[in-house]
Ligand binder design. Structure first.
Ligand SMILES: *Cc1c(COP(=O)(O)O)cnc(C)c1O
Length: 391
């Protein structure tokens, strides 16, 4: 048998982060004291009332197929959330619940992109976006940004990247991996260009609730009916409710796109897990109080980590405005990100994610979704490492 792998699957990049992650896990298993800054998920537990709603659903026998787009009760709760938080009006038929925010992004790309299309992705980017675009047969067009603009794409950059083939512009604010957040006027300027040039926007708003210093997240869909008509919002429960393992996300889109996504989902995963959906209803309709203490804790860690990183020899670091990442620039230390992270792990037993994974080789990603004790210990070690490289 010739196990020929399809062109689109063979074109996928293997995960660069995996090698370091596997090594860190092995070192831990060997009893070594590894500090992990690699986490892409909250270190808090799912709030109790959400778990209880799912447990009750299980006990009540809510264990069968649901509509492939999700139960109406949840889609209505999501529509209510968009109204409440973003001033956006969606009918439940415009909302599709999927198996994670990642799945919602994937479905969106599959429903809107095909061979010959171009998708504009600012870098540093969340590493799955370009791979999804390639799987759809379309071409990722990477527009690089740096810490000099707080990792934000400018209107001129966006305008210059648009061609007659441009189908989609991927926006992720607050951002993974940089923690940057677009101000409303910056977001509107980008949205205006997409409206004018008739480009769809995939707005990944999964970190909406994790913003600091009184900053406000605004959805690009909310500026005008034209912005709304050009935007597909993807979202999920993973980050604001610490439900990463539940595999639940959602998207809100103009009717034709939602319909296409529903069709794709009905022939691939079918519905997301029935009893998990009941937990998600409790998440949206129940108390949001947990967020206050989570945000206070993240904010404290972020302040400390940013101050420590900024004072390390050869390292500069813009402060993040959202999510739970910092993205320090390590280029003055003379190593590219993969080698930097490999040696940091080897010498100091600190695991960080090389920026190259996100298309930015001068940086590393530090997640502060870990305890203050870990952050202190890990940054002490990282400082010693930076000192050893600094000339
Ligand atoms: C975590 C994350 C998601 C969604 O994760 P799921 O676990 O699939 O819900 C989507 N986009 C970004 C940028 C993320 O960091």
């Amino acid at each position: 048998m010739n196990y020929r792998i399809s062109q689109q699957a063979a074109a996928l990049s293997p995960s660069l982060t995996l090698a370091i992650d596997a090594k860190a896990k092995q070192m831990k298993a060997d009893g070594l004291d590894v500090v992990g800054f690699g986490a892409g998920e909250p270190d808090f537990d799912t709030p109790q009332h959400i778990k209880e709603a799912a447990v009750k659903a299980l006990a009540d026998g809510f264990t069968k197929y649901t509509p492939s787009s999700g139960i109406l009760e949840l889609r209505q709760a999501i529509a209510d959330k968009f109204k409440r938080d973003n001033g956006l009006t969606y009918k439940p038929s415009q909302i599709i619940v999927s198996c994670g925010g990642k799945h919602s992004c994937f479905n969106t790309v599959m429903a809107t992109c095909q061979a010959g299309d171009e998708v504009i992705i600012p870098s540093p980017y969340w590493l799955s976006y370009p791979e999804m675009v390639k799987l759809a047969g379309a071409k990722p067009v990477i527009v690089p940004t740096t810490d000099a603009t707080e990792f934000k794409i400018t209107p001129d950059q966006l305008r210059a990247a648009i061609t007659p083939r441009t189908r989609l512009f991927v926006l992720n604010s607050p951002s993974n991996p940089t923690g940057s957040l677009y101000a409303p006027d910056e977001l509107k300027a980008l949205g205006d260009i997409c409206v004018e040039r008739d480009v769809l926007i995939l707005s990944d708003e999964i970190y909406e609730k994790l913003v600091y210093d009184g900053a406000q997240h605004v959805s690009v869909a909310s500026f005008s009916p034209a912005h709304y008509a050009h935007t597909i919002v993807t979202h999920g429960f993973a980050k604001a409710y610490s439900m990463t393992g539940w595999r639940l996300g959602f998207m809100a889109a103009p009717e034709p796109v939602a319909k296409a996504v529903d069709a794709i989902q009905s022939h691939s995963t079918s519905n997301p897990t029935s009893f998990a959906q009941k937990g998600a209803v409790a998440a949206l309709n129940g108390s949001q109080d947990h967020l206050n203490s989570w945000l206070a804790e993240y904010s404290k860690r972020r302040g400390y980590a940013h101050q420590r990183l900024s004072s390390m020899p050869g390292i500069t670091c813009v402060n993040s405005k959202g999510a739970f990442y910092l993205f320090p620039n390590i280029s003055r230390l003379g190593l590219k990100s993969t080698e930097f992270c490999a040696r940091l792990l080897e010498q100091e037993k600190v695991a960080a994610v090389p920026g190259i994974a996100f298309g930015a080789d001068d940086y590393v990603r530090i997640s502060y979704a870990t305890s203050m004790v870990n952050i202190q210990k890990g940054l002490d070690r990282m400082e010693r490492f930076a000192r050893s490289l600094f000339k």
